[in-house]
Design a protein around this ligand. Structure first.
Ligand code: SF4
Length: 422
């Protein structure tokens, strides 16, 4: 029997972030981050709303000065007034201790504080400033992400580990590569900081770790090591993933390989948007990663063949696109009316070669006529041929059949027959 190459989920503490749980047995959570000036409340509100409605279950905002701190407080009020219960994470660097210490309302408005141990402060001040931030999280019972980043490594720790590495030659051992020392520094920095946070009073179920790098192999090595050494909830993310297909592919590979090994409790896709581009792309990418791995179901899937010389018209591509668009647009309403509809599988295929077979594997599928085939499109429902569509109205008729199928199978008064919660 062919086995799935899929490991059991790595055990982690379940961390409550407002109404969302990260880690434990909770589904892997989708996160995103705004790129607006947080002091601009209107623009930030709009982007948080858009990210949340696109599926981001937690949204992070920059908190870099007093105006941004005030912006967070107003943002929370605005979100609450609009009935948007999305948790907010605040991203701090350098002055987080001051901002949190001087703004009780900020401490309360945020649901999670992101602290980068490499950017908390320098020398003797570093530990004190880290302690001040953790104390606020303890006081307000908030979650903390201890997020190390190879762009802002803890230099003291890096120097110590490099010195230890230099000793390896003296001891007759093979010295590590510079990259291996860098990876070890990241992992140790995250774990040492988490231990310090616990010593200050933060519970393990308030701590999430991340160790972001920009190369896929480094990401896999670092998170595998973090999972081997601790049970803190893990936030996966490739930093500076890049633009367009490069960023999407690298993110999907790095995070996908780890998730398939059971590592990772929440994910973000740090994509660089095109100028004026749609920020919600990073949310859609995260959802696609989780749905492709079978870890979550967000929306019905349309399987479509790529087309080839047997499809000389674009009709089937247009139909696949229209169906996917229609399903996506309808999900906000359907999710309430038809529980489990997100698990639906639709197939739109271009010719007889793979069309009937693929359509039978879907819940509902259509095999369109390829070039030179008779102008008939058999429709398969639950693996059996249900009817054949002909003429100029095939697209509309198929769409109606899909809607009928959803109504019949996912009605809320027959919950759960085939539905699964994600
Ligand atoms: S199903 Fe037909 S049209 Fe689609 S790729 Fe295969 S052979 Fe080509």
């Amino acid at each position: 029997m062919v086995q799935l190459i899929k490991n059991q989920r790595h055990k982690t503490h379940a961390v409550k972030v407002r109404n969302v749980t990260i880690g434990g047995d909770a589904p892997v959570v989708v996160q995103s981050m705004t790129n607006t000036d947080t002091a601009d409340i209107e623009k930030t509100f709009e982007q948080v709303r858009d990210l949340h409605l696109a599926g981001s279950e937690i949204v992070r905002v920059t908190v870099n000065n007093e105006d941004a701190a005030k912006g967070v407080i107003a943002l929370r009020e605005r979100l609450d007034a609009e009935g948007l219960d999305v948790p907010l994470a605040g991203c701090f660097h350098y002055n987080g201790h001051t901002l949190l210490n001087e703004n009780a309302e900020l401490c309360q408005a945020l649901d999670k504080y992101r602290i980068n141990p490499g950017n908390v402060g320098f020398g003797a001040k570093r530990d004190k400033q880290f302690e001040m931030m953790i104390e606020k999280a303890v006081e307000y019972n908030k979650a903390v992400r201890i997020g190390v980043n190879w762009g802002s490594l803890d230099q003291e720790l890096a120097t110590k580990l490099m010195d230890e590495n230099a000793q390896r030659s003296n001891n007759g051992e093979e010295p590590w590569s510079a990259d291996a020392v860098m990876r070890e520094t990241l992992v140790q920095s995250a774990i040492i900081s988490a231990s310090k946070a616990e010593a200050i009073g933060l519970r393990p179920d308030q701590i999430i770790l991340s160790a972001k790098v920009s190369r896929v192999q480094d990401l896999i090595a670092v998170y595998t090591s973090l999972a081997e050494r601790s049970h803190y909830a893990l936030h996966l993310g490739l930093t500076e993933a890049g633009m367009a297909s490069k960023g999407i592919v690298a993110t999907a590979l790095g995070e996908g390989i780890l998730l398939n090994q059971g590592i990772g409790d929440t994910i973000r896709a740090s994509l660089t948007p095109e100028p004026g581009g749609d920020r919600t792309l990073e949310v859609r990418v995260c959802k696609e990663i989780l749905q492709s791995l079978g870890l979550r179901d967000f929306s019905p899937e349309v399987a479509a063949c790529p087309g080839c010389g047997r499809t000389t018209s674009t009709f089937f591509q247009e139909l696949a696109q229209d169906i996917q668009h229609h399903l996506d647009q309808s999900m906000l309403v359907w999710k309430k009316e038809y529980p489990g509809v997100e698990t639906l599988k639709v197939a739109v295929m271009g010719c007889i070669v793979n069309g009937p077979g693929e359509s039978k594997h879907a819940d509902i599928g259509i095999s369109l006529p390829g070039t030179g085939e008779s102008p008939a499109a058999p429709v398969f429902i639950d693996g059996k041929k249900a009817c054949t569509l002909r003429g100029d109205n095939i697209a509309n008729e198929f769409q109606m059949l899909v809607e009928d199928y959803i109504r019949n199978r996912f009605t809320s008064d027959q919950p759960g027959e085939k539905a699964q919660a994600s």
